[in-house]
Structure formats: structure tokens, C-alpha cells
Design a binder for this molecule. Structure first.
Ligand SMILES: [Zn+2]
Length: 363
């Protein structure tokens, strides 16, 4: 049977986004306007050219090179107005492709270069996100990131910030940045603090480094979700037909405990975490029922959207409407929103909208 899922339908279905960086998803036009206002030089002068510049820079097959473009987005996000606008637009753009729930993440410490306090930074972002919710109804959560290449004391400061803002929209704590040479274990004190405060933890792991990084993230730092987990496949032995011969103890643990994996397909190709889309372990994780979710990572740098990520999956592995619903449910179940709010979105948005679309498609 040919796949009936057109881009129009995929844009229309309710989607859940758990892994997107606030400083990686700006509108190209906004970057130009903010740079002009703050007198910041940019390498290109039109929205098309600057978008292309970011994407080209990100597609050089290495995570450190992929991360270089963030210097430019962060440079234009140094005022209250800029932070509020970027946060607001990130959710508006999500709403425009029918994302019903989005978790955005960022490192607040990057935005104090021109004198803002960490509280100014947090308040501006949260104000922008609340404004988007009141205009569109989109639900959201904010994740505070610590950076792996920074000192553990900075991570602790970020962890305290996350806990202080948890009643104002912060739902979790993350560790991001360059992975190789920066093991999560170094930041264990910040994660233990979050654990003692009953907080939620996700950690980027297994993107630019092997399974040891994923193992440390879960078993040392208490991660409830894993960002990427691309290299988890190294713990799984397959035969030539793709059948599992042996599953290592970490993969088995992740499968059994239903640890959610925040897959970012196109970003993984751009950073060289996989050599091609065809080489991505996503279909194997899916076949053996790991709890996978689909994400954009950085809509600007990776030149992508949730619709685009899902279309890529449909094109390569022939996912159907039931599969897309399962991915949305996986993500909603795995979100850091309180249980009752998760159920509300599952039953009153995702399941009802999918039922409607299913009927429309059968007509
Ligand atoms: Zn990421």
C-alpha cells in the first residue's frame, strides 16, 4: 500500500516536541532585525542568505563545528526584548505546525554578556513563552541547560536556578554542549542536587560519544530521558538482516525502564553522529519498542521543522498515521509536565485530533 501521508496531513496532526534549543531556532529575519538594533555585524544580510549560512556551518560533520553558529544567535539574544521575542516566536512557530506541547531549552548564563542578570534572562524568556500560550493555547515547559565544558560550579548555579523557577514554567534540567572529553559525571553534584529536589533530568548523551556517556548520564546523574542516544546502538548486536542477536545490559535497562530517547534525526546527520539518514538506528529502536520521540534539536541550524523530521521518517521507513500518533503519545507520556496535564493533552488533544484526521483520511 502506498503511503497516504502528505505533508499537509503531517503538518495538521498534533505533535509534541521535547528537544529544541531556544538559541538554535530563531527566525532568520529576527536575527537580522535584532543585529541591526544592537549594531552587531553579521556575515550575511538577507534572511535567505543568513539561514543558508547557519545551515552550511552546521553541516560539517562534527558537533564542535555544528555548535559554532550559536555564538552568533547568542550575540543577538542579550536584551530583555530580544529574549522575550525569540521565546515568543519559538512557540508561535511551533503552534503554526500544530505542535500542541513544546519543551524549549537553553543555558541562561549565555545571555548575561551585556549586563542582564540571570533572573532578567529567565523572566524575559518566560514572559515571551506565556504570551505565546495566551495567544495560541500552546502548552510548553522550559528546560535549563548546564554546559559540559564549563566548571561544575556553573552547573550547580544553573541547577539552583532551575529549582527556583520550577513554579514559573521550568520543568527540567539538562546537560548540553561538546560531548567528547566532557563526561556527564563531572557535573554529578548538580544532578544530585536536582534529584534531592525531586526535579526532572534529561541529558545529551550518545551523540558525539559512545555508550559510556549514556551510562553515566543514567546511572551516575539520574537522567530520566536521554537526548539523542544515537550511539546506544553500539550496545546492541544485530545480524545481517537487522535482527537482534544480543542486547547489552544498558540497552536492556533503557528498554525495560522505558527511558525516553529524544531522537534528532537530521541534526545527527549534520553533526556526523551518523553517516547518513539510512544509517540511523531509529528504525531498530522503533522495531524493538524503545520509547523513542522525534525532535528538531535546532530548527534554524538544522534547517528543519517537526513536519520535516516526520516526513523524513515517513519517506525512509514508511511510518503510517498510527505510527505518528504513537510517536506523539510516546513524547507526551515522556514530557516533564505534571501527570494530570499530560493526560489532558493525551486524551483531549492528541487522541481526539488523530481520530478526526483518521476519519477524514478514510473518506
Ligand atoms: Zn540538543
Amino acid at each position: 500500500m502506498t503511503n497516504k501521508l502528505t505533508e499537509e496531513i503531517v503538518r495538521k496532526v498534533p505533535k509534541v516536541l521535547l528537544h529544541e534549543h531556544l538559541d538554535g531556532g530563531l527566525r532568520p529575519k529576527t536575527i537580522l532585525e535584532l543585529a541591526e538594533k544592537d549594531k552587531i555585524d553579521l556575515p550575511e544580510g538577507t534572511p535567505e542568505a543568513i539561514a543558508e549560512w547557519f545551515h552550511r556551518g552546521a553541516s560539517r560533520g562534527s558537533l564542535p563545528l555544528y555548535l559554532e553558529g550559536f555564538g552568533t544567535t547568542i550575540a543577538v539574544m542579550q536584551t530583555k526584548e530580544a529574549l522575550e521575542r525569540v521565546a515568543y516566536e519559538s512557540l508561535i512557530d511551533a503552534h503554526l505546525e500544530n505542535i500542541c506541547y513544546a519543551e524549549m531549552r537553553f543555558h541562561p548564563g549565555f545571555h548575561t554578556q551585556k549586563g542582564l542578570s540571570l533572573e532578567d534572562v529567565m523572566n524575559s524568556v518566560l514572559t515571551g513563552m506565556s504570551r505565546a500560550e495566551s495567544e495560541t493555547g500552546i502548552k510548553w515547559g522550559l528546560i535549563v541547560c548546564a554546559m559540559r565544558n564549563m566548571e561544575p560550579s556553573v552547573s550547580m548555579e544553573m541547577a539552583e536556578l532551575a529549582v527556583n523557577y520550577r513554579n514559573k514554567g521550568v520543568v527540567g534540567f539538562d546537560l548540553a554542549g561538546e560531548e567528547a572529553g566532557h563526561p556527564p559525571k563531572k557535573h554529578v553534584d548538580a544532578f544530585h542536587y536536582i534529584q534531592r529536589e525531586n526535579g526532572n533530568i534529561t541529558i545529551h548523551a550518545g551523540e558525539a560519544f559512545g555508550i559510556k556517556s549514556i551510562w553515566q548520564a543514567i546511572q551516575w546523574c539520574g537522567a530520566h530521558r536521554i537526548g539523542h542516544a544515537t550511539h546506544l546502538i553500539e550496545d546492541i548486536t544485530l545480524d545481517e538482516s537487522g535482527k537482534i542477536i544480543q542486547m547489552g545490559p544498558l540497552a536492556q535497562y533503557i528498554l525495560d525502564k522505558r527511558v525516553p530517547l529524544e531522537i534528532c534525526l537530521l541534526s545527527n546527520v549534520q553533526t556526523g553522529a551518523v553517516s547518513s539518514i539510512e544509517a540511523h538506528p531509529l528504525p531498530i529502536y522503533w522495531k524493538y519498542k524503545f520509547r523513542i520521540t522525534v525532535n528538531t534539536d535546532n530548527r534554524l541550524m538544522s534547517n528543519t521543522t517537526m513536519t520535516n523530521e516526520l516526513m523524513t521518517i515517513i519517506k525512509h521507513w514508511n511510518f503510517n498515521l498510527d505510527d505518528l500518533e504513537k510517536l506523539a503519545l510516546n513524547a507526551m507520556k515522556s514530557s516533564f509536565l505534571p501527570y494530570k496535564k499530560r493526560l489532558d493533552l493525551i486524551y483531549n488533544v492528541i487522541k481526539t485530533e488523530y481520530a478526526k484526521i483518521r476519519i477524514e483520511m478514510e473518506k
